[in-house]
Design a protein around this ligand. Structure first.
Ligand SMILES: *Cc1c(COP(=O)(O)O)cnc(C)c1O
Length: 232
């Protein structure tokens, strides 16, 4: 496929996604402008990220450090969101390029995120506390009951906690899951009034997320096509 065809394909997909966001916001009585579209570019080349940016999607999501770091270095003008499970030994790199870390789930990540930002002479990225909604933190995230304590530890360590993030559990009703996330978010705002971000919703469930108050949806497949299986 030549570059022009790919651009047209992505532009058409973006129009469909934006129409879905508009429709979902309208049903929910919300403004479309309240919902930030994060275009998830993992496994796709930088050229696709550049097309998205050219079409107005400046918030891009990546989930692997070794892939995200060079893309972010090539396009420091864009906002790179980190969405992958975060290991302590990689957190320093993420601190050096991320605009927002969606997958903060351990206090031991605070120091390397701060150190990475300092080394890169950047403001430390704000973080979202990843919430595990299926009670199985093996897939990342903390249980709802542990969110306030982890957020407090992050703030005490010097990070800004900007809200919460979750992935709907496989096989579960996304509306129920995102409803629980909204409760967790409201409780966190009781402690941290500025922690307003709710990152929820992907290609398959963005409507349910927007109905439950998502401020950020993370959309990959619906914009760029299906990834090979290892792309998760
Ligand atoms: C890959 C990924 C997405 C995008 O998922 P799609 O179903 O392709 O839209 C969103 N969030 C996270 C955390 C991801 O890893």
């Amino acid at each position: 496929m030549n570059g022009g065809d790919r651009r047209a394909e992505i532009a058409a997909a973006l129009q469909r996604v934006l129409a879905r966001i508009d429709a979902a916001a309208e049903v929910a009585g919300r403004r479309t402008r309240e919902v930030v579209l994060v275009g998830v570019t993992k496994t796709y080349p930088l050229a696709d990220a550049a097309v998205l940016a050219d079409l107005g999607v400046n918030d891009l999501g990546e989930s692997r450090v070794q892939e995200a770091a060079p893309k972010a270095a090539a396009r420091p003008d864009l906002s790179w969101h980190f969405l992958g499970q975060l290991q302590r030994n990689k957190a320093r790199d993420v601190g050096g390029f991320a605009a927002l870390v969606h997958t903060f789930d351990r206090a031991e990540l605070v120091a390397p995120l701060l150190r990475g930002a300092e080394r890169a002479d950047r403001i430390p990225p704000p973080v979202l506390v990843q919430v595990s909604l299926d009670g199985d933190p093996a897939r990342g995230g903390v249980l709802p009951a542990d969110v306030p304590g982890l957020a407090a530890a992050a703030v005490e360590g010097g990070l800004t906690v900007a809200g919460v993030m979750a992935i709907a559990p496989l096989g579960a009703d996304p509306a129920a899951a995102f409803g629980r996330l909204a409760e967790v978010a409201a409780r966190l705002r009781g402690d941290l009034p500025d922690a307003k971000i709710i990152s929820a919703g992907m290609s398959g469930d963005l409507e349910a997320a927007i109905a439950s108050g998502a401020t950020h949806v993370r959309v990959g497949t619906a914009l760029l096509g299906r990834r090979p299986p290892q792309g998760h």
